[in-house]
Ligand binder design. Sequence first.
Ligand SMILES: Cc1cc2nc3c(=O)[nH]c(=O)nc-3n(C[C@H](O)[C@H](O)[C@H](O)COP(=O)(O)OP(=O)(O)OC[C@H]3O[C@@H](n4cnc5c(N)ncnc54)[C@H](O)[C@@H]3O)c2cc1C
Length: 489
Amino acid sequence: MKPHVVIIGGGVTGLTAAFTLKQLASQENVALRCTVFEASSRLGGKILTHRERGFVMEGGPDSLLARKPEGTQLIRDLGIESEVVGSNTQSLKTYILHHGRLETMPPGTNMGIPAQIAPFASTKLLSPSGKARALMDLVLPKSTLEGDESLGHFLRRRLGDELVNNIVEPLLAGIYAGSVDELSLQATFPQFQTLESKYRSLILGSIAQRKNAPARTNTSGRSAFITLRGGLETLIERLYDNLQDFAELQTDTRVVALRKNSDGTYTVEVENQGETHAYPADAVILATPAFVTAQLLDPSLPEAGKLRQIHYVSTATVMLAYPKSRIDANLDASGFVIPRHENRAITACTWVSSKWPHTSPEDYVLIRCYVGRSGQTEALSLSDGDMASMVQGELKDILGIDAQPWFVKVTRWNDAMPQYGLNHIKVVKEVESALRQKLPGVLIAGAAYHGVGIPDCIAQGRLAGEKAYELTTTAAAPSGKASAPMVTS
Ligand SMILES: Cc1cc2nc3c(=O)[nH]c(=O)nc-3n(C[C@H](O)[C@H](O)[C@H](O)COP(=O)(O)OP(=O)(O)OC[C@H]3O[C@@H](n4cnc5c(N)ncnc54)[C@H](O)[C@@H]3O)c2cc1C
């Protein structure tokens, strides 16, 4: 009987795990069975591209970081390198809303931390006292704190509140739709801690690093951010095509229970169209949000309850398309971000047709706004129509756009963004260690644990696939497993 690996969750993490299993099994000519169970009606999870009316519109992520090799490697493995598009290098600028006006983000910063003194000295985003406080970073001693601290606590003690509130927080926390004061330094931006320990000052460290690496384009001259011409969902579609002859990909199938059997194998119970089926498995990869993973593991692993400490934030994206002739605003940048204290429903705005010109017909302008972040979720309770009106009102205030959009598309992401709080790394390590000891054939992977970016998820999917392969092919596979599902209710 072929060993059977069950993957729960058909987002990019789960599909990459399946793809890795296929690669390894075919390299070594090993017979392996793989099933992916996905609760929703589509594969891809947070990766969702709408291709409509000549536009390529991302409802979820719009790009991946080119410098992280796992994303580009998967793109190569899938043979879609020719589809890669870099963000427009003519629109690298980012604006920040400040007292209701858009001000340019000072050039030469390391994620908001000054890496060049002149642009920082002249920015209108900070008062003279805010600048003076930030420059104290040059003389402040290293921290003697041990262990984790919040990203906000760390940045505030080095650079002061004003720089953090006006520049750094809207840039950094946006990645998590979070709050810098709640996110863990070690789990989100450990490189800042390294800068402090190596250079003492974040500014001096950023200046030193800048000498070795250009700020936003990589050495090949390509953009730091890449996407795929037909949208990021192309990645999911190619994974799907590639997995056809290897894995069973079952959508509309929710996993409701996971049990360890006395012979060391597992039983995965799923619900599909009102029926419950049980599947035997030699290894199981949970590539689900942490709260789902906790629920599935709880009965056999009480330590999994700790995963509930990983809170999730909801957000939404609002896409607006306008005829170019109706827009007077000069959309000469990738967009803007909005600090919390500006009290807007929009948290960030991408000028999609400027940043990614291939996404929009020549005569149209495409704008995407984010709504909702940790502690600012009121606008998410509005209906789609009211949220769109609120966003249009704010775009009028900020950009002077008075025109009616040709169409608006709202995509909601409820409980979608995992927050890496204090001690995140410790919590994940403890659960992983308990799994190794008590449920050795069960692995967890995905955005909740070791990085939320798509390349981080791909890396985790790959690693989980490799471990599941090792577990099922090096140990003698337990015998007597039924390969067909058993209907239990
Ligand atoms: C609005 C938004 C913008 C983003 N922007 C970027 C960006 O520009 N760049 C970037 O790199 N990253 C970005 N991210 C983050 C990135 O998209 C995600 O972290 C990543 O796609 C998560 O992949 P995943 O497979 O781990 O999880 P998911 O995509 O969440 O997949 C998990 C899957 O598990 C399924 N599932 C849940 N419960 C069950 C169950 N009981 N049984 C079976 N299946 C189940 C779900 O339906 C889902 O399909 C963004 C995220 C969002 C929401």
